[in-house]
Design a protein around this ligand. Sequence first.
Ligand code: SF4
Length: 339
Amino acid sequence: MDRMGATVRTGSGELAPAPRADRWRNALILVVTRRCDLRCAYCPTAKDGEPDLSVGDAVAAMRLFVERYGGGDCKIFGGEPLLVPEVVRAVIEAAPPSVQVYLSTNGTHLDDAWLAFLHAHPRVTLTLSLDGEARDHDGLRRGGSSHAPVVAKLPELLKLPRFVVTQTIAPSTAVRAASNFHYLRSLGIRRFNLLPGYYLPWRDEQLAALEASFTEIGDSIERAWAAGERVYLRNLFVRAPVAFYNTGFVVDSDRRIYANNLILAGNLDHLRERATLGTLDAPPDAAAFAEAGQASTAFLAEELGEAIMVATARADAVLTRLCNRLYPAYFAHRARLSA
Ligand code: SF4
């Protein structure tokens, strides 16, 4: 699960002041494998013919991130990270207390052993991809159905100390984004990350549907907060210089180092050499990484073309408007909780 968003998020649109400092500069993005069994229609990651990161390399990347780049958040992405469980476990165990670890997954490989492991590592945030009702969730997954097995695991997942659901919204499902959000809430989910499909050719009517759905979701969240419910929206706390993608210290499954996981997109594969800033054997120093990173993010975005960038910026602006609208209610809600 590379949600990119998964972790993904408010993007590059204009924002009201966020409740906490930007952390995108200090994020280790570990692409432990590019493989994934689900093959979501909206997922651009090139998945075939790539190696997996080894345990040794993943732990070395963590050490490098802390010692050379100052540490921060660690986001374990894929593909589907739980296809290499030994690598994921090693990274979590190697993370020092100063590093907050986020594990994104499609949920199909979560079993009792994983639940026990996550309970034993309560500082890890598990981010599960669940888009809403089966019709839309499974309808977008070309590699198999995951809705029923994932929903069956929810009662146990909801007991985890840090558990967030990423609701990805494709252009074709934007019209039902609010009803899918209500459905997820009806399952007991209270912590969300909303993710409009990135780098997709959103049409005007689809963006209008997204706007209407986000208005309804915003109304619902405000009502919940007013009633004292602890609904959490991760997007309120994340900012990124490039919409929807994760900028930071990206270590790919083949040990290359990039500044942005845009490069995972299959249609940008030909730019891999140009975007490479080093490898785990020859990593860039922090200053060179910062400088070259900005340039590589710019040319990758340029390569995607104006139409896609405009569509992405418009979808991102819809999400940004939702966040900006919610900040006052969020601060009021927080004040009530701490009173
Ligand atoms: S679960 Fe879907 S979005 Fe995540 S890596 Fe697999 S195909 Fe991509």
